[in-house]
Ligand binder design. Structure first.
Ligand code: MLT
Ligand code: ZN
Length: 486
């Protein structure tokens, strides 16, 4: 270990107390493994140490040290990201700053519908806290138990309620950030309107820890939705799914709270690994698409209007089957939707995508991929699911399941061989089409390591140079999460 790294470690132990610095030398890799590998087990790092500060001033002291000794820092929340954005490099030179001890909710303003929370607070804790005050923190993702508000803001996460409430950025009033020289920027105002210059918070949101470390945030709350209606709709293809979405939004004046879709290949995957999560009442949906439609129950949209429209959509051949879900059925349908990522992780690696497209182009995009890209490769399953109302497809390409690979270990090995050979090519082919259809290669998962090269390849020089200029200004020594995003 070079002397600068040794001095950094010694000084950080003095600041945090020895028990709050786990180093690879003292504890060994196995004890810090959970901070070193991403959730999808695609990126394997070896950090010099993992530090656990308990306040913004401790983070500030650590960053000052890192600035002095040139030590790269990776802020990490629940480590649930899907793009390798919070995984350190494997050369034992970087330090993970775990925000797990900074998990308190500092204050709530019920009249203003806002709260101030430390960045290591889990999404679940934040949602429950709001609920206890009869309010709603609407952002929701399946990793809610572990995902933290800092990681959610750093990646501008989206999830299941973006359609009605927006992404993390839309729910954030202000931030507290430790800058790369250790200074603390306090931008924790809770204002709906603030036109007093450049929007600094919007630079840090979605910057994946490359500009500074988010230590706290002021977030926006909504009124609780006490009663929701949930329907399932089965369509023959994605074109019909988009058509149903448009028809329903017309009836409810754009007031749907969710419109999520799952292809039958995605459901097959859940059936294989978590059969209890596939409810019987949806019946056989072979080669079809099932969507979850959710809206607040109000007197404005009478059940009869929706029933009538669903029946018309059946007559015109757009809808194959639909149904109203009673409470328990709705819970089961959402459990199915949330199981797809877990079933995918059980199955093996995939070419994971997080595309966003204008909704008007989704149908042509999917047709083009099926016609001109997939036939070039060995047989694959298209694990297509996600947030159709937001134009966000998790358009994941998985090696076709072969009965010979029943054992997880063999299957994972076979998937790795497939990915080594084809991942880059498939990703490029798909991304080129995304650009042709004016889409984006990341809708809600961020760029991280997974999409860094592709993002740089696909953006214009003007845009990349602007981003590089911003990075250079905020982090001249390059110690803030290097090797990610830009
Ligand atoms: C989801 O929508 O379930 C998540 O973004 C997770 C995923 O893409 O796997
Ligand atoms: Zn998603």
């Amino acid at each position: 270990m070079n002397s600068d790294l040794a001095l950094f470690l010694k000084s950080s132990e003095e600041i945090l107390g020895g028990e709050n610095v786990l180093s690879i030398r003292n504890q060994g890799l196995s004890n810090i493994l959970k901070f070193s590998v991403d959730w999808r087990k695609k990126f394997f790092g070896k950090p010099l140490a993992v530090c656990f500060p308990n306040s913004s001033s401790q983070v500030s002291e650590l960053v000052k040290l890192a600035d002095k000794f040139n030590v790269p820092l990776i802020a990490q929340g629940g480590n649930t990201g899907l793009s390798g954005g919070a995984t350190p490099s494997n050369d034992i030179s970087q330090v993970v700053i775990s925000m797990s001890r900074m998990n308190s909710i500092r204050s709530i303003d019920i009249v203003n519908k806002s709260l101030t929370v430390e960045s290591g607070c889990s999404l679940r804790k934040l949602q429950d806290f709001a609920k206890n005050s009869s309010l709603l923190f609407p952002l929701d993702i399946s990793s809610r138990e572990d995902a933290t508000i800092g990681g959610i803001l750093a990646t501008n996460a989206g999830g299941l309620s973006v359609l009605r409430y927006g992404s993390a950025r839309d729910l954030c009033f202000g931030l507290e950030v430790v800058l790369s020289d250790g200074k603390i920027w306090n931008g924790l105002k809770s204002l709906k309107k603030d036109n007093s210059g450049y929007s600094l918070k919007n630079l840090f949101i979605g910057s994946e820890g490359t500009l500074g470390i988010i230590t706290a945030a002021s977030m926006c709350l909504y009124s609780e939705v006490l009663d929701r209606e949930t329907y399932f709709v089965i369509t023959r293809d994605i074109t019909a799914t988009v058509a149903v979405y448009n028809e329903l939004q017309k009836i409810v004046n754009d007031n749907l709270t969710a419109f999520e879709f799952m292809s039958s290949d995605a459901i097959d995957l859940v059936m294989r690994y978590f059969p209890n999560r596939v409810p019987n009442f949806i019946g056989n949906i072979k080669s079809k698409i099932i969507s979850i439609v959710e809206l607040p129950r109000t007197n404005l949209y009478k059940d009869e209007c929706l029933t009538e429209r669903f029946e018309q959509l059946i007559s015109s051949g757009i809808v194959f089957k639909w149904g109203f879900c009673k409470n328990k059925q709705a819970t089961k349908l959402w459990a199915l939707r949330e199981a797809i990522t877990y079933a995918s992780a059980e199955n093996g690696q995939q070419v994971k995508n997080d595309l966003s497209l204008p909704r008007s182009s989704i149908s042509d995009f999917v047709t083009s991929v099926r016609k001109s890209i997939l036939p070039k490769y060995p047989r694959v399953s298209l694990i297509n699911f996600g947030h159709i109302g937001d134009g966000n497809l998790h358009f994941n390409v998985s090696p076709f399941f072969n009965e010979a690979f029943q054992k997880k270990e063999d299957r994972w090995k076979a998937h790795e061989v497939f990915l080594k050979k084809y991942e880059e090519k498939i990703r490029k082919d798909i991304n080129d089409l995304v650009v042709d259809f004016s889409g984006s290669v990341s809708a809600e998962h961020g760029i991280g390591q997974l999409r860094r090269e592709e993002n740089i390849r696909l953006k214009s020089d003007v845009e990349i140079n602007l981003m590089r200029g911003i990075k250079q200004y905020f982090d001249p020594k390059g110690i803030m999460n290097p090797g990610k995003l830009i």
